[in-house]
Ligand binder design. Structure first.
Ligand code: NAP
Length: 246
C-alpha cells in the first residue's frame, strides 16, 4: 500500500496508537508530521521513523488549541509539503461516575476529543481540496458503540467523533476526500495502562484473550489511508478483537 509522495499528520503521535500509526504510515511511504503535546515522545517517534529509513518531523503543540493547530499545519506544509492524510488520534480519557462529572471535566473532554479533530481538520482540509484527494481518519472509541459506565463525557465525545466522520464523509465524497473512523476497543497503550482497567482480567474475558496492539489499529489506519480504500467513506471500522460486533 504505497503512500509515497503523500504527507500525513498524526495527532497524538508521541505515544500508543498514534505512534504506531505514524510509524506504519511512514513505512508505507508517507512523510509524517507527528503532532503532540509531548515533545520528547514526538521526537522518539520521529527517531524511530528515521531509523527505519522514513521521513518525519515533530510538531509540538496542543491539537485542541486553534493557534497551535494553525502553526503546526504551517510547519508541516513548509517542511514536508501539503498534507493530504490526517489522523485525528490525540485524545484523553477519564473514569468518573456521571454524578461527579463537573462542567470543567465535561468541557475538557469535549475540547480535546471533539473540538481538536474539528480544528485539525479545518486547518488542512483546503490542502486536500486543492489536491482533489484526501484521507481523514478519526480515532473514536468502542465506548461510543457499546456505552461505558463512568465514561459519560468520554463516550459522548467519541460519539460526536463518529457523527462528525459521517457528516464530513457526505460533504466531501465528491471531492476525492474520504472520512472514516476507527473505534478501538481495548488497546495496550500508556492510556489503557494508566486507567483503572485491570488489563489481564479484561483480556481473560475478551474473545481473543488479549488486548489489541497499537499496530492492529495502525494496520486499519494504513488501509483507510491507502488508494485501495478509495470507495470507503463514512464508515466505522471496528478493530476490537471481536469485543463488539456491529
Ligand atoms: P496515549 O498512549 O495516552 O497517547 C495519546 C497521545 O496524545 C499522548 O502522547 C498525549 O500526550 C497526546 N495528547 C493528548 N492530548 C493532546 C492534545 N490536546 N494535543 C496534542 N496531543 C495530545 O493514548 P492511546 O491509548 O494511544 O489513545 C489514542 C486514541 O485512541 C485516543 O483518542 C483514545 O481516546 C483512543 N482510544 C484508545 C483506546 C485504548 O484502549 N487505548 C480505546 C479506545 C479509544 P500526553 O501524554 O502529553 O498527554
Amino acid at each position: 500500500m504505497s503512500l509515497k509522495g503523500k504527507v500525513a499528520i498524526v495527532t497524538g503521535g508521541a505515544s500508543g496508537i498514534g505512534r504506531a500509526c505514524s510509524v506504519r504510515l511512514a513505512a508505507d511511504g508517507a512523510a509524517v508530521a507527528v503532532w503532540d503535546l509531548n515533545a520528547e515522545g514526538a521526537e522518539e517517534t520521529v527517531a524511530a521513523i528515521e531509523k527505519a529509513g522514513g521521513r518525519a518531523i515533530a510538531c509540538v503543540g496542543d491539537a485542541a488549541e486553534p493557534e497551535a493547530v494553525v502553526a503546526s499545519a504551517a510547519r508541516t506544509r513548509s517542511m514536508l509539503g501539503a498534507p493530504t492524510i490526517l489522523v485525528n488520534n490525540a485524545g484523553i480519557t477519564s473514569f468518573c461516575r456521571f454524578i461527579d462529572i463537573d462542567e470543567e471535566a465535561w468541557d475538557r473532554m469535549m475540547r480535546v476529543n471533539l473540538k481538536g479533530p474539528f480544528l485539525c481538520t479545518r486547518a488542512v482540509v483546503r490542502d486536500m481540496l486543492d489536491a482533489g484527494w484526501g484521507r481523514i481518519i478519526n480515532i473514536s472509541s468502542s465506548s461510543a458503540q457499546t456505552g461505558a459506565p463512568a465514561m459519560g463525557h468520554y463516550a459522548a465525545s467519541k460519539g460526536g467523533v463518529i457523527g462528525f466522520t459521517k457528516a464530513l464523509a457526505m460533504e466531501y465524497a465528491a471531492q476525492g476526500i474520504t472520512v472514516n473512523n476507527i473505534p478501538p476497543g481495548f488497546v495496550d497503550t500508556p492510556m489503557l495502562r494508566s486507567s483503572p482497567i485491570d488489563v489481564d482480567a479484561a483480556a481473560a474475558v475478551a474473545p481473543m484473550k488479549r488486548p489489541g496492539r497499537p499496530e492492529d489499529i495502525a494496520a486499519a489506519c494504513a488501509y483507510l489511508a491507502s488508494e485501495e480504500a478509495n470507495y470507503v467513506t463514512g464508515q466505522t471500522l471496528s478493530v476490537n478483537g471481536g469485543r463488539y460486533l456491529v
